[in-house]
Write a protein that binds this ligand. Sequence first.
Ligand SMILES: Nc1nc2c(ncn2[C@@H]2O[C@H](COP(=O)(O)OP(=O)(O)OP(=O)(O)O)[C@@H](O)[C@H]2O)c(=O)[nH]1
Length: 379
Amino acid sequence: MKISPPHDNRVSETAPQWLNRHDMVNHALARALPFLACVHATFSLMVLLRFRLMGYDDATILTARELIPVIDMLMCVVLAGVVMLVVLSHRKMICSPHFRIRCQVVLLLLSAAWSFSAFVFTAFWHLPFAFPLSVTLLLSTVVALYFHLSLLLCFVLPLWFMSFSASLYINQGINARILLIWGGCTLIFIYSRWLLVRWFNEAWQRYNENQLLVSRLDTMAHQDALTQTANRRALEDHLQHAVAQQIPFSIIILDVDYFKRYNDNYGHQAGDKCLANVADALKSAVRTPEDLVARYGGEEFVIVLPHASQQDTERVAQRIQQCLAEKALPHEKSEVSGWVTVSMGLANSENGKNANEIIATADAALYRAKQSGRNRWAY
Ligand SMILES: Nc1nc2c(ncn2[C@@H]2O[C@H](COP(=O)(O)OP(=O)(O)OP(=O)(O)O)[C@@H](O)[C@H]2O)c(=O)[nH]1
């Protein structure tokens, strides 16, 4: 099992609320549906409470009065739809497989209720607020659902066609004025959606750029630039995390033999290259991504091996020696070999020991390995 490095936790604190575009759309829906519910609740309550709120008198309606209870009933249907929108806006519902279908059904229901009402308001009762009501409903839906075309169309298309038909009905046919008004409104709907989608895309692009930057900074903060291994800070976080999670692990602390002589003989830049080569050998000797290779400081490295037994750890130590032998980086001033070698101290985590104590145990083993001749390991 991999020890998730603690900086992963840090990432989750600042983590995006969405992992991909689909998730972002879901997040936007969770915010937009209650807004839509609010708009529909407001308008349906205004119609239902017309006597109290606006001092409206049904007696002024001269024709088709039998439709009054039908409209009241439709407003109750809208209120039921409002409740369904609120329920659907719950994140669990949004992530459910049938969410889109459910949402489409509710939006079609709302649109049907408003379409019929708008037709009656305009064509039979000649109410002055009928046209602004339809336009406001259409625009608020564009604002709420512009990023979700199929849901948007479910509401917009029936209401748009019905309102347009009502205009044709009262004007007894099509004429230039109707075409101008509805053409203008349609253009406004399309333009506002295009504008909002553009902002949405720009926000998504900027968000991705920021995430990339955050991850680059995170890498820089946790990686050693010379050897491309984890730095000391990342190592300490990693060990603390493993200890806290009580994940058993072994560590190998290793040191390049006679590295001062290497520097003195080949120069500091060659020493840098040598360290990068040693790091490559270490990386190829471990399992990835489970094991962590870190530069502890100078020419010292630490390898963390989760769930590794003593036998596993010694096998890794052996592989490190093999990899270095294969690389055979010349080191003519070494007293133990003609190529670059390392000495290693091995230790395993024990209950009750903190990260520093475990490193100290491995360091003591490394000291013993050095004392007993270098180019070897001690447990
Ligand atoms: N080129 C290079 N040298 C480094 C770097 N960090 C530390 N060193 C050198 O590593 C050498 C470490 O020397 P010592 O601690 O005496 O160890 P050693 O010579 O390897 O001796 P033993 O460990 O006893 O075998 C020093 O000369 C440091 O200057 C680095 O980033 N690049």
